[in-house]
Design a protein around this ligand. Structure first.
Ligand SMILES: [Fe+2]
Ligand SMILES: [Fe+2]
Length: 271
């Protein structure tokens, strides 16, 4: 077993404290320290065993009648899909939250955290919208999500949505973001992100707007208080100030992403 000398000395209170110890005390401390390290290693190995491997996850592909990247509006986890309430004519973002994205707990809780911790309105808006495209498609959802919202929101919020996906794979403890257990579970503990994610991370890490998507990941928590009540109401003003609601309604406004809103509106269309 290798010992990190500096960490060991620090654990005893530094070099001055070590100098005061006799050799028997030093030997005892070293033994104790090694036992602790070993316990930690065993715990880490057990944690790794809890999570599947990439190969195990891949072996599940042919056990399903859908692909993992399909949007949640298109696949029901429990029984048959339900008939959807038609969207109103001049559908707003709020209508989509209520009729297509509900209950939207994850994004509402992320945005609530961002609001409570005093983040900028661009970041709060990005948190509120960062994962709603998962209703449409899950594969590369950062890029799809950014494309869905780009015509309507500030550039910084689009940037944050686009790149939060890549940053999720790279811890930044200074910013308060660790690699999530959830990712060990859904990608496998031996997963390596593909080249486009790696190169995107490198680009964003050096970008002047790095903190925008990084703060989305910081607020992107899965361990929530199940009793916490969340709603869209606290975000009405931020949406009013930063979301360019088209008067024709989302889907009828002929932007680069109108077809995506129409797809969310009517996922039962056969063609
Ligand atoms: Fe996400
Ligand atoms: Fe998320």
């Amino acid at each position: 077993m290798e010992i990190d000398r500096r960490a060991f000395i620090a654990s005893l209170g530094g070099t001055a404290a070590v100098a005061m110890m006799d050799s028997e005390a030093k030997a005892d401390s070293l033994e104790h320290y090694m036992e602790e390290q070993l316990d930690e290693q065993v715990a880490a190995n057990q944690a790794r065993e809890k999570f599947p491997t990439v190969a195990e996850i891949e072996a599940q592909i042919e056990t399903r009648n859908y692909r993992r990247g399909a949007g949640s509006l298109f696949v029901s986890g429990r029984g048959n899909v339900k008939k959807l309430t038609p969207m109103p004519k001049n559908a707003t973002l709020k209508d989509f939250f209520e009729l297509r994205f509900a209950p939207a707990n994850h994004v509402l809780q992320s945005a609530t955290r961002a609001l409570k911790t005093g983040m900028t309105e661009e970041v709060i808006l990005a948190c509120l919208l960062h994962d709603v495209v998962l209703n449409l498609i899950k594969v590369d959802h950062g890029w799809w999500g950014a494309q869905l919202f780009e015509p309507y929101i500030p550039e910084k919020s689009t940037f944050a949505i686009k790149y939060h996906q890549a940053l999720r794979f790279f811890p930044d403890s200074d910013a308060g973001y660790e690699y999530p257990d959830q990712y060990l579970r859904i990608f496998g503990h031996d997963y390596t992100p593909p080249p486009h994610i790696q190169s995107t991370y490198k680009m964003v890490r050096n970008h002047k707007w790095y903190m925008e998507p990084r703060l989305v990941t910081v607020n992107d928590l899965y361990a929530f208080d199940p009793n916490a009540k969340v709603s869209l109401d606290p975000f009405t003003d931020i949406i009013g100030r930063h979301f360019k609601q088209p008067k024709e309604g989302l889907g009828n406004d002929n932007t680069a992403s109108s077809h995506m809103w129409r797809t969310l509106s009517n996922p039962d269309a056969p063609l």
